[in-house]
Design a protein around this ligand. Structure first.
Ligand SMILES: Nc1ncnc2c1ncn2[C@@H]1O[C@H](COP(=O)(O)OP(=O)(O)OP(=O)(O)O)[C@@H](O)[C@H]1O
Ligand SMILES: [Mg+2]
Length: 444
C-alpha cells in the first residue's frame, strides 16, 4: 500500500480571493478570483486609494447587500490591496458580547489594534566579520565538573579597520548560542551587548558547505556605526505594555489584564504623538472591519460614531445583509438596523445578487480551489442549484460530490454525484420546506 504525504492545506471559503481585480482603475470581469460585482469592486478600489492617500480619516464604509453577494469577500480583497503594512482587524458583530469584558472595551481594543505605530530607533553597533574567536573555559560557578566560557577575545574587522575585543564569559555564551563562528559577519549592540548573526562573509566559505548558506559582503568603513531599527506595533500593544509595567501586582502575579484604563490610553496617545512630532515614529492607520454589523446594539453604535471622530481612529468598514430592521436594544426600525446618524457618515457600497453566468464562474473558481474536477453537465447542474437555492449551498456541495465520485471510482464529478450530494445535504430552502410539511411531528 502506498501512502502519499500531502502538505497540510486549509482551504477557506474566501481563499480564492486574491485582490479586487482592478487594473488601471477598471475592474476586470474575472480577475484575482473575483467575478462580476463590478460597481462594488470599483467603489472598493476607490476606497483603497482614499485610505492609501490618507483621505478617509473619520469616515466609514458600509457594504450592504443580500446574503452571499460577496460583502465579506470584498472586505478581504480590500485588506489584500492595502498590503501587509496596513493593519486590518476583522470582528464579527456578535463577538462583542462577552460576560467578562464590556462591549465598548472590546470595540475600543479592536479600534486600537487597527492603528499601527512604526517606531524608528537608532542604536550604536559594531559591525564586522569575526576574524578570530578565542574562548577561555573555566569551571561553572555552581558545578565545578562543567566547563563554561569565562572570557574570550574576538577580532572584529571591516575592510578598513580591525579591533581586538576582550569580552566576558556571558558575551561568549551569547555568541555561541547564536552559532557564531570565525568568518561570520555579526553586529553587536553596544548598549545591550546583544548579537545578531548576519551570515557568512565572502572569502570565508567553509570547505564543506552543506547548508548552502547565502554569503554576505564584509562590511566596509568604520566598525562602529549608528543603525536604524524599525519596529511596528499597534496602539493596543502599547496600551498592554504600559498597563503591565504600571502595576506592581501585575508584574508579580502576571495574568491577563482584562480592561485597560482610560489614563493608560491617554498616556500612550500622548507618548505616540510626541514621537511622531519628533520624527521618531509614524502612524499607520488601518481598517477595522465589522461583519454582521446589525448584531451591534444602540450603545455600541453610539460608541462607534464617537470613536470615528477621534484623531487616532482607524477606517471603519461595516457589512450587513439586513434590510429595514430594528436597531438592537430599541424598538426603532432603521435601514440595515443601523442608526441614521451613523449611516449618514458612511459611504455605502451595494452588492447585488448574481446572474447564472456569474454563479457559474464563481463555482468554476471554487472547484479549482478545492481541487474538484467537474464535467460540463455537473457544472451546469450546480449553477442551476446556485441560482435556485444559494451560491454558498452550491459551492458547499463541491467536496461532498467529489467524495461520492471517488467512491464510485471516478475522478471527475458528474451530475449524479451532485444530485446525490444535494439529496444528502439539503439546502436551507429545502430544509424549511421540510419543516413546514412535517410541522406536526417535530418537538415544539
Ligand atoms: N464576486 C465574487 N467572485 C468570487 N467569489 C465570490 C464573489 N462573491 C462571493 N464570492 C464567494 O461566495 C461565497 C459567499 O460570499 P460572501 O461570504 O462574501 O457573501 P456575503 O455577502 O458576505 O454574505 P453574508 O451576508 O451571508 O455574510 C464566498 O465563498 C465568497 O468568497
Ligand atoms: Mg459575510
Amino acid at each position: 500500500m502506498s501512502v502519499s504525504l500531502r502538505r497540510f492545506e486549509r482551504i477557506h471559503i474566501h481563499s480564492h480571493i486574491k485582490g479586487l481585480g482592478v487594473k488601471n482603475g477598471e475592474p476586470l470581469p474575472v480577475s484575482e478570483g473575483f467575478v462580476g460585482q463590478l460597481e462594488a469592486r470599483k467603489a472598493a478600489w476607490i476606497v483603497v486609494q482614499l485610505i492609501k492617500q490618507g483621505k478617509m480619516a473619520g469616515r466609514g464604509v458600509l457594504l450592504a447587500g443580500p446574503p452571499g453577494t460577496g460583502k465579506t469577500a470584498l472586505a478581504i480583497a480590500i485588506a489584500k490591496e492595502l498590503g501587509e503594512d496596513t493593519p486590518f482587524v476583522a470582528l464579527s458583530g456578535s463577538e462583542i458580547y462577552s460576560s467578562e469584558i464590556k462591549k465598548t472595551e472590546i470595540l475600543m481594543q479592536s479600534l486600537r489594534r487597527a492603528i499601527g505605530v512604526r517606531i524608528h530607533e537608532f542604536r550604536r553597533i559594531l559591525e564586522g566579520v569575526v576574524k578570530k574567536l578565542e574562548v577561555k573555559l573555566g569551571p561553572h560557578p555552581y558545578n565545578p565538573y562543567q566547563q563554561v566560557p569565562v572570557e574570550g577575545t574576538i577580532v572584529l574587522a571591516t575592510t578598513s579597520e580591525e579591533r581586538r575585543l576582550k569580552v566576558s564569559g556571558n558575551f561568549v555564551a551569547e555568541l555561541l548560542s547564536k552559532g557564531v563562528s570565525e568568518g561570520d559577519v555579526v553586529w553587536i549592540d553596544l548598549e545591550t551587548g546583544r548579537v545578531h548573526r548576519v551570515g557568512r562573509a565572502k572569502g570565508f566559505e567553509k570547505e564543506y558547505d552543506i547548508y548552502g548558506e547565502k554569503l554576505v559582503e564584509t562590511p566596509k568603513g568604520s566598525l562602529e556605526k549608528e543603525r536604524e531599527f524599525i519596529h511596528t506595533v499597534t496602539l493596543h500593544d502599547l496600551d498592554v505594555m504600559h498597563s503591565r509595567s504600571g502595576s506592581l501586582l501585575m508584574l508579580l502575579f502576571g495574568g491577563e489584564q482584562r480592561e485597560i484604563s482610560p489614563e493608560v490610553r491617554s498616556r500612550v496617545d500622548e507618548a505616540v504623538k510626541s514621537w511622531v512630532d519628533e520624527g521618531r515614529a509614524e502612524l499607520l492607520p488601518g481598517v477595522l472591519f465589522i461583519d454582521d454589523v446589525h448584531m451591534l446594539d444602540i450603545e455600541s453604535f453610539s460608541f462607534l460614531s464617537r470613536a470615528m471622530e477621534n484623531e487616532l481612529a482607524p477606517i471603519i468598514i461595516l457589512a450587513s445583509n439586513r434590510g429595514f430592521t430594528k436597531i438592537r436594544g430599541t424598538d426603532i426600525k432603521s435601514p440595515h438596523g443601523i442608526p441614521l446618524d451613523l449611516l449618514d457618515r458612511l459611504l455605502i457600497i451595494k452588492t447585488r445578487p448574481y446572474r447564472p453566468n456569474e454563479i457559474r464562474e464563481i463555482l468554476k473558481i471554487r472547484a479549482r480551489e478545492e481541487n474538484v474536477e467537474l464535467t460540463e453537465e455537473a457544472l451546469e447542474y450546480l449553477t442551476r442549484i446556485g441560482s435556485k437555492e444559494s451560491l454558498r449551498y452550491a459551492s458547499q456541495l463541491l467536496t461532498p460530490a467529489k467524495i461520492l465520485a471517488l467512491n464510485r471510482g471516478a475522478d471527475k464529478v458528474d451530475v449524479r454525484d451532485v444530485e446525490e450530494a444535494s439529496r444528502l445535504f439539503v439546502s436551507m430552502v429545502e430544509s424549511s420546506k421540510y419543516l413546514r410539511e412535517l410541522e406536526e411531528s417535530f418537538l415544539k
